[in-house]
Unconditional design. Sequence first.
Length: 211
Amino acid sequence: MSDESSQHQVIETLMKDLSHKDATKHRSAREALVEIGRPAVPHLTKALLTGKDWTRWESAKALGEIGDAEAVPALVEALREKSFDVRWLAAKGLINIGWRSITPLIESLIQHADSVWMRDGSHHVLHALSHGQFNEPLQPIIKSLEGVEPAVEIPHVGRTVLEELKPIEYQIIEKEEEARRQAEEEAEQAAAEAKLENDLEARLQKEPCPD
């Protein structure tokens, strides 16, 4: 059995435990899924949107702790969840994931501007993420959320904000990609130097000792 297949079986077992009525059991399952990390995210996002009450709660908490951007769409959708606790954990998860939450959140907010729960959750997330280079471009939509007629203002303001965010996000992605390439080059160089050193040591060991 491959490692991937074995891990999949472990995740499936933990997901069953996550829906167990026993609080200790589903809490332990959540902690184990967090340890597994990204491979567990698709399973948790599905449970977040379709599971039982405590399963959705545990899934939202786990996704927030893992902090993988793949979970953003499900966490954004969970901001309209009827359970306050799930909505709160979804918002915390989006904040933990960071700037990659912003655009999907605003896009969904535009579509569901009439939802009070969506607006409240979005305000909490956007306010928390409105720092650094995101502070100025996010202020218009935060003010719209705080305004008298947010459902009317948000669609127009949101689209303008999304356009202003594009060059900022592109720049961040470029910097991250450059950092990744540099790290790969440094790792390759270190591996090459280590190989050269090992080869040299092996040759020295093979050479006969002088009389």
